[in-house]
Design a protein around this ligand. Sequence first.
Ligand SMILES: *Cc1c(COP(=O)(O)O)cnc(C)c1O
Length: 377
Amino acid sequence: MMKGTGRAWIELDMNNLRHNINVVRGLLPDGCRLMAVVKADAYGHGAVEIAKELNSNGIRAFCVASVSEGVELRKHSIKGEILILGYTHPEQFSLLIKYGLTQTVLDLDYAELLNGFGEKLVVHVKIDTGMHRLGERSENIDKILRVFKCKNLVINGIYTHLCAVDSDRQTDKDFTQMQIDNFYRVLSKIEEQGFALPKAHIQSSYGIFNRPDLSFDYARVGIALYGMLYTLNDTERYNTGLRPVLSVKTRVSAVKTLFAGETVGYGLAFTAPHNMRIAALTFGYADGIPRCLSCGIGHVLINGQKAPVVGRICMDQMMVDVTGIEGVRQGDIAVIIGKSGKAEITACEIAERAGTVSTEVLSRLGTRLERAFLSRK
Ligand SMILES: *Cc1c(COP(=O)(O)O)cnc(C)c1O
């Protein structure tokens, strides 16, 4: 076990990651394989370390957002298929071959660009069934069939993305069903034309919880592997048994008395109503804590107790109220995300206070955080 010694660090609990892999696998129908989504540095966790652990647990398929993310994984010997979900510039097509990466076909125009590269490229074809982001539109069957006729494309997969599957509003459920129907229609047209159907995938984390009836070849799972869903409410409601993999910790850099009537920090945004003890921490918004948690909206944990934010969060530092916490000293550990004694702050909780979702909080954790790994085997 390695512990962080610096100013701010991430701890990964690989036992919890293994637990989440088992939970997710338990939800997938027979024959459906887990495609781990490790884009954005594995949602801030560290893509290489996470992918290595997934590899050693038998996971052989990954999704990333960009060619550079794929290259990074290959440079660290990650095995299996690596699917790039987004756009790759034609000047980087050679990297697809060099590093054995699978490119998404974004539409017919892009298929022709890939096909014109001159060498065989391995691809998955994206179908737009209603999200209207990427993919050839599902009603353009002729265009989709022209993709399948491209001689230089090795089509190993076909997929779509559901954009309202996290909701249980009836109109959203109906929309999801329409997307699924559109996808099935495309698959049957492809088969009718005598093309072999490639591996198909449609579900992400919410898809496996809300549409367990679907049975495809892969499920592209991100946030559930990291131990939660997008919001606190969903994580509790689905009662998933998932366990957060990541904790974020920092140091108390100074403790001082703030006298009644004095202010703290930029903009004099907080005035002490009475004498207080405050602690400065070596953690700021550049490290990933949303600045909108300033002035009591957010808190950290020290010695198992809540220390509310006082004043405005700075780029590299923040101040918290430790009046009620005994014995806080310079060099002590403060928990930004994770457990301290019996108390816990989750990424979902921070997200809720900041008016966003867990995935944004996690993926915006700062690059200068050190990484420490707990319980690796
Ligand atoms: C990010 C992403 C996923 C993973 O979504 P989660 O909700 O984190 O499971 C799956 N598919 C696509 C296309 C994505 O962009």
